[in-house]
Design a protein around this ligand. Structure first.
Ligand code: 13P
Length: 340
């Protein structure tokens, strides 16, 4: 394990105004996103779309890394430059999603555990050769008002995340540890805070037991937020306060950065929440983003698969990157959404 390299990469992913673009949608997920804008999902349409993202001018000011998936890491731009090289030349670290998705947890109805540990050491060696500097593994924690998640589901996911993180660090790849408590449901913000607290406590206990170097990893959590179907939605300030309270209690100061997922929030809400937290600093860790939908939804809407929309799509992407970069410094305002 090269401790210096791990620390350097982890810190540079969240340096200054930077965060991460999650562009690692699995084939079924990207198909859903493409269906919504009536684009056929083929290997070539996925390649074209991702080339559009990765070649957008100016994004390197606020994007320190991009999470790819297996197919994309092996693809190249139209001029034949592998995507990993293209990104690295722009000073953006290429990353790779290595989990194999959340599966039903046997004998625990309504609970899931993420698969993908078998053969992971060999896959990581391959990804390192292909240029990946960091990785992602997503645990999915379903939530309801009382019985879900079961504590065994939390324990099983925490254990898998720690096994994954240790294997990454052994291969000199920075692990992004993502325990996502879902936003789906009618539960209130207090229930989300209680579950997120239990999950983070379990995850850091397992990471520690597995000898994972906190300085050489990033945490990718959900924000603490009311369920999407909850009648009583919390204010931006309440979300920021509850999220920071939870993180301060359970995330060691040695972790260089927290990079939130957007989880179904609108692009503007995700930026606003991030901004609010950054107005409440200083914090022991960088407070940043690793958004998928909140960075890409406006891009897909502008693109619609049409070549003559590519410039507008890139403008929409550059704008979202810029606004989230501002939110990293607590300098975003909702009024900026209506400006060009
Ligand atoms: P969202 O920001 O769309 O939640 O995606 C981030 C991610 O990588 C989920 O694993």
């Amino acid at each position: 394990m090269n401790i210096d390299e791990l620390q350097l990469v982890a810190r540079s992913l969240v340096a200054g105004q930077k965060g991460i673009l999650a562009a690692d949608e699995s084939a079924p997920t990207i198909k859903q996103r493409f269906d919504a804008v009536r684009v056929d999902s083929t290997e070539e349409s996925r390649r074209r779309y991702r080339e559009l993202l990765f070649t957008t001018q100016g994004i390197e000011a606020s994007i320190g890394g991009v999470i790819l998936q297996d197919e994309t890491l092996r693809q190249a731009s139209a001029d034949g430059t592998p995507f990993a090289t293209l990104l690295a030349q722009r000073g953006i670290h290429p990353g790779i999603k290595v989990d194999e998705g959340a599966k039903a947890l046997a004998l625990f109805p309504g609970n899931k555990v993420t698969a993908g540990l078998d053969g992971l050491r060999e896959r990581l060696a391959d990804y390192k050769q292909l240029g990946a500097r960091f990785a992602k593994w997503r645990a999915v924690i379903d939530i309801d008002e009382r019985a879900i998640p079961h504590r065994y589901a939390i324990a099983a996911n925490a254990h898998a995340l720690a096994r994954y993180a240790a294997l990454c660090q052994e291969a000199d790849i920075v692990p992004i540890v993502e325990p996502e408590v879902l936003m789906d449901g009618a539960h209130g913000i207090a229930r989300c805070e209680a579950v997120t607290s239990q999950v983070l406590e379990a995850v850091f206990a397992e990471l520690d037991a597995h000898r994972v170097l906190f300085e050489g990893m990033l945490l990718k959590p959900n924000m603490v937020i009311a369920g999407m179907q909850c009648a009583q939605q919390a204010s931006v300030r309440e979300v920021a306060e509850a999220t920071l309270r939870c993180l301060q209690r359970y995330v060691p100061a040695a972790v260089p950065g927290i990079v939130f997922l957007s989880g179904g929030q609108s692009a503007a809400d995700a930026t606003d929440h991030l901004n609010e937290m950054n107005t409440m600093g200083p914090h022991p860790w960088q407070v940043s983003f690793s958004y998928g939908r909140a960075l890409q939804a406006p891009v897909l809407a502008a693109w619609q698969g049409q070549e003559n929309n590519a410039a507008a799509a890139q403008r929409a992407f550059a704008r979202r990157c810029r606004l989230n970069g501002l939110a990293r410094a607590g300098k975003y305002a909702r009024t900026l959404e209506s400006l060009a």
